[in-house]
Design a protein around this ligand. Structure first.
Ligand code: DC
Length: 214
């Protein structure tokens, strides 16, 4: 199996930025697995189909093209919420997980981020990180992000959205969000992303040194 870094955590904890930094630094492929669930939700919304139409969601999942995941289109807040709803269906998950595993097997290896990477998608990953932050800190960051591009939003509404999404992602029966038993925990509540990156790098360098010795 090529070198794999699995990053899991709740929405807005900074795992996407961390994944990108690590993939750049170690020259690995990068997959934001959230985009695959978002692509399914987006397809249903485009066809005006309800999000609980499981057979349509399965068809959309089969049609997900890993080379054509368009972040600009899929990053809308409402699509994230919808993605969290279609992500509860085990058959949809199985189809997407197969595609994610094929991506991880592609040399030279990959950084994958999501909710179930260390527990389900790549349980044998070389490194597992669980990146978290308090819901309040995540809501503050999301608000700052929206304001930085000239938008406006309400802190209480953002916080309520985050709490609701956490509950759905952690509470579902299939592949709930949780740290793998052997994951390194990184709480970014009081940590800048640069510090989280340095901490993650130390963990990865250590694993690479051990792998090269073996
Ligand atoms: O990381 P994100 O916000 O783009 O993810 C959107 C939703 O997709 C998330 O709320 C739950 C689902 N998801 C999942 O169930 N498993 C993953 N590995 C990634 C995302």
């Amino acid at each position: 199996m090529p070198f794999t870094i699995a990053i899991d955590g709740p929405a807005g904890a900074g795992k996407g930025t961390l994944a990108r930094r690590l993939a750049d630094h170690y020259r690995l492929n990068l997959l934001d697995t959230g985009l695959t669930y978002r692509a399914v939700a987006y397809a249903l919304i485009q066809h005006a189909l309800p999000l609980d139409n499981v057979s349509a969601a399965e068809t959309a999942a089969r049609q997900v093209d890993m080379a054509k995941l368009d972040r600009a289109v899929l990053s809308a807040h409402a699509i994230g919420e919808a993605a969290s709803k279609v992500a509860v269906y085990p058959t949809v998950r199985r189809i997407l997980v197969e595609k994610q595993r094929a991506f991880a097997r592609t040399p030279p290896g990959a950084v994958l981020d999501g909710r179930d990477i260390g527990t389900v998608v790549c349980p044998d990953a070389d490194i597992k990180l669980y990146v978290t932050a308090s819901a309040e800190v995540r809501a503050k960051r999301r608000l700052a992000e929206i304001e930085s591009i000239g938008g406006t939003a309400n802190f209480a509404e953002i916080l309520a959205d985050i709490v609701r999404r956490d509950e759905r992602d952690m509470g579902r029966a299939d592949s709930p969000l949780k740290p793998a038993a052997d994951a390194h925990l990184l709480d970014t509540s009081e940590m800048a992303i640069e510090a989280a990156f340095l901490a993650a790098m130390a963990i990865v360098d250590d694993a690479l040194a051990r792998r090269n010795k073996a």
